[in-house]
Design a protein. Structure first.
Lengths: 448, 422
């Protein structure tokens, strides 16, 4: 309460300074500072309610962002884009570094099975529901059936996207370690590659069923292949380079991580590959090639993760264009529910197929609900190809994403807590069933 | 391979080579590292590789302002009254006298030099000369900390040097704060433009009010991670507020830091949180300073060389005069001014702030002078300090005419890892 009061006073103080302002980048920093404090306060409030802090950061971002209160206006959000880009690059590298080769071998089969069934179910259910309900969806009114099918497929291919950033943030915040945490992370990371292929295929089908206007740029197969294959190649090269450099870099690893991430992201961008995927691969290669040195780098990065997460999620919340939802807001919740149903059903089938004990496996779906980053990028591609017809589709998607971004971390935390994988401050497990669950973990992992 | 990718690889290789080289040199010859980041910034910037375009450098200005704010807070946090009262008053008198002499000498010489070499009228020459005078006052605290590591903190020489570095920093920041208030672009409120005094009051008010509100905001929070995030938010807010109204973020955050450290219940934890990213932000400052650098359009080589010479002369001569005036010669020795010759991040911060400030004349000349001074003197600052302290401590050992081997050994055995500071 005290902090909310002081935030209110700071807000009043900021309003007093606005009329005598002379410098543009100062106002960006002023708004950004307020956003960080607001996100911090909101994160602590959510934590006291046993909810993930990142939800608090997102809520603060949404509340003070351009869509609601406008303390941080859209120009400030776009000027802070480099900060958010660096933060997501760091998170991606860290996420990749979390995955070990031994773990991939151990859980790889289970991860692929869960991913396969979960993606298929979600895709089919979301696309099917959109086609079935097309007559009630305003922006499908003037479209032919073929076009409806094309757009529904395209929408579903974005709806299946998960969020490595949210997964990584929750794992960093809760320090959870266990089969649910590790399997979810594995599924989310691998899905990042698969969804790009799926989206590209869906876009190709959509172009046939609902041809875009003439003069719109097209995305060729070779570009898609390069985006994925190139990301892996560039990421692996960066990872090998970082591993080699760790032989001589003995100190200031946190600084090294920031400089390295910045340069790596720049390299990926210039190579026209997916920055997130390239950094994920780079993190994975570094961790698995450099032995203990990679672990030191990861620990150095983890130590600076808290402020990076505040900044990234507060800006992500501020960046959500909630105003565009005005015409399609009533569709958002049904789509969120259908998507969640698809993930739940797909995971149940996948878990049983992979032979994972249901007690641990049935919680995995909750870690797959969150959405962020890549999905926004893919939605933007849709509006590039279909500038007018794609706009309401993008708006609907951003609404779904906003809900999933808030709901996903809450569900994932719940999954980790009910699986007994969240240690408390003393290093013990938060859940009462902790010990039983921990004892079951090796069996689960082996089964996977 | 595209030229962009090639450039990034070249820049990355140059940075890592420079890092390894500086680390080796640092271990071998006791130098303060950091210049490799300045070099990296110049390499990345629009003047060399162009990996960072002028627009990108402009977009990243908020981050450099944050680094300025962090540095101001770090300087302010050294104003912890309970520890300051343990330092003899004479140390502050000597430091104040030395700072004033350096400021006056450098300002006067630079006014003459700028008027003569750039054919500028007095009014135009005064602002850059005063800015350079302020920059000249600042000394490298990292050099002094590294040079005095392993020595007794209660030793008179060490205390005098620490006080001198702190007073130098405060004088430099206050001078720049005054300049930013006096040369502030006109802003009309209630039908009249705000005066310089009002701008100065706003500068200090932002810091003081920010400090009080932030202390109330924090309460008894002592968790390092939470404290760090909140502190970062507070510093961003205060430096953003100062920058938004066009006054000096360095001075506002200096007041903010001093308020925080003196009224907070968790001042130790706050200082630890500040220390945690001081080095990364110092590096950020070096990087952006390098990237923002542009060769001055005027003939700058001679006045920059003059600045270096005037500053070293003023520091060494002014320090000797100040020590003589205050009867501190036996404690400090005749050459103690050499210990203050090193310049580090604070000088760069002020110069960068000058570039960002509206209405500053010859901004890139001032900036080039500061960068050159840092590159030339920062590397050797710790060695200067050791030279001075070694001589003084050897003289102080009673009953010996030869240098005391133990003192020399003590100084030589000090580890040479990089130090936090400004």
């Amino acid at each position: 309460m005290r902090r909310l009061l002081i935030l209110g006073l700071l807000l009043v103080g900021m309003q007093l300074l606005v009329p005598i302002g002379v410098e543009r980048h100062g106002s960006v920093l002023l708004a950004f500072g307020f956003l960080v404090l607001a996100a911090y306060t909101s994160g602590e409030m959510f934590a006291s309610m046993r909810m993930p802090k990142i939800v608090g950061y997102l809520v603060a971002g949404m509340l003070f962002g351009p869509s609601i209160m406008g303390v941080v206006d859209s120009s400030a959000v776009s000027r802070l884009e480099p900060v958010a880009s660096l933060a997501i690059a760091l998170i991606a590298f860290l996420a990749g570094a979390e995955l070990r080769w031994s773990e991939v071998r151990e859980r790889g089969r289970a991860i692929m099975m869960i991913l396969g069934t979960e993606l298929t179910m979600t895709f089919v259910l979301v696309a099917g529901a959109m086609i079935a309900a097309s007559r009630y969806i305003p922006f499908f009114e003037n479209e032919s059936f073929k076009a409806v099918v094309g757009f529904s497929i395209l929408f579903a291919s974005i709806a299946v996207v998960h969020s490595p950033a949210v997964t990584m943030a929750l794992l960093t915040e809760t320090r959870a370690r266990g089969p649910v945490a590790r399997t979810t992370l594995g599924v989310v990371l691998v899905s990042d590659v698969v969804v790009i292929v799926l989206f590209s295929a869906a876009l190709a089908v959509a172009r046939v069923l609902a041809p875009p206007q003439e003069g719109v740029s097209t995305v060729g197969l070779s570009e898609i292949v390069w985006e994925i294959g190139g990301s892996v190649l560039v990421g692996a090269a960066i990872g090998l380079g970082v591993a080699a450099l760790l032989l001589v870099m003995k100190r200031e690893l946190g600084l090294f991580a920031i400089v390295m991430t910045f340069l790596a992201a720049e390299l990926a961008r210039l190579s026209h590959v997916d920055v997130l995927l390239a950094l994920l691969v780079a993190g994975f290669v570094t961790e698995n090639v450099s032995g203990g040195r990679g672990e030191k780098l990861r620990h150095a990065m983890e130590r600076s993760a808290a402020p990076v997460l505040v900044v990234f999620f507060a800006l992500a919340g501020a960046g959500l264009a909630l105003r565009t939802l005005s015409g399609v807001w009533w569709l958002v919740i049904p789509v969120v529910l259908i998507r969640a149903l698809g993930i739940w059903a797909g995971c149940r089938i996948g878990v049983r197929w992979a032979g994972i004990p249901p007690k641990a496996g049935d919680n995995i779906w909750m870690g797959l609900v969150a959405q962020a980053g890549v999905a926004i990028g893919l939605a933007a591609v849709v509006t590039e190809v279909y500038p007018e017809r794609g706009a309401p589709l993008q708006a609907l998607f951003l609404g779904v994403l906003a809900v999933n971004q808030l709901l996903g971390p809450i569900l994932f935390r719940r999954a980790l807590a009910s699986s007994g994988e969240i240690p408390n401050g003393d290093g013990d497990i938060e859940s009462e069933e902790a010990e039983d669950s921990i004892e079951e973990q090796p069996a689960t992992a082996t089964a996977g | 391979m595209s030229s962009g990718i090639f450039l990034v690889i070249v820049v990355a290789a140059a940075y890592f080579a420079a890092h390894v080289a500086f680390e080796w040199i640092g271990r071998r010859w006791l130098v303060v590292s950091g210049a490799e980041y300045l070099l990296l910034g110049i390499l990345l910037g629009p003047q060399v590789s162009g990996v960072l375009s002028p627009d990108t450098v402009q977009d990243l200005a908020p981050i450099s302002t944050l680094a300025l704010g962090w540095m101001g807070t770090v300087v302010g946090a050294r104003f912890y009254v309970p520890s300051l009262v343990r330092i003899p008053r004479g140390a502050f008198r000597v430091a104040l006298a030395e700072s004033c002499i350096t400021f006056l000498v450098v300002t006067l010489l630079e006014v003459v030099a700028i008027m003569w070499l750039f054919d500028a009228p007095l009014v135009q020459a005064l602002l850059p000369a005063l800015a350079l005078g302020g920059i000249a006052t600042a000394s490298s605290s990292a050099g002094v900390q590294l040079g005095t590591r392993g020595l007794d903190e209660q030793d008179a020489g060490v205390m005098y040097l620490s006080a001198a570095v702190l007073v130098n920093a405060v004088i430099a920041v206050v001078i720049f704060g005054l300049l930013a208030s006096i040369w502030h672009p006109s802003v009309v409120v209630n039908g009249r433009p705000l005066t310089a005094t009002e701008w100065m009051a706003i500068t200090i008010g932002i810091g003081a009010l920010g400090g009080i509100l932030f202390q109330l905001f924090l309460g008894d929070e002592s968790d390092p991670d939470r404290l760090f995030v909140a502190l970062a938010g507070g510093i961003i807010l205060v430096s953003g507020a100062a920058s938004h109204v066009g006054v000096s973020p360095l001075l506002s955050t200096l007041v903010f830091g001093a308020m925080l450290v003196n009224i907070s219940h968790v001042s130790d934890a706050l200082v630890a949180a500040l220390d945690r990213v001081q080095r990364p932000l110092y590096v950020v400052l070096l990087l952006f300073a390098g990237a923002a650098w542009q060769p001055s359009t005027s003939a700058w080589a001679l006045p920059v060389a003059l600045f270096l010479a005037a500053r070293i002369g003023a520091k060494v001569g002014g320090a000797r005069l100040a020590a003589r005036m205050n009867g501190a010669m036996p404690i400090l020795g005749r050459q103690w001014g050499w210990a203050l010759v090193g310049q580090g991040g604070l000088a760069l911060a002020i110069a960068l702030n000058y570039v960002y400030q509206d209405g500053g004349t010859l901004p890139y000349f001032v900036f080039t002078a500061a960068i050159t001074s840092v590159l030339v003197t920062d590397l050797l600052s710790a060695r200067f300090v050791r030279g001075v302290l070694g001589a003084v401590l050897d003289q102080q050992v009673p009953g010996t005419t030869e240098p005391d081997v133990k003192v020399t050994e003590k100084l030589e055995s000090v580890p040479s890892s990089p130090k936090l500071g400004w």
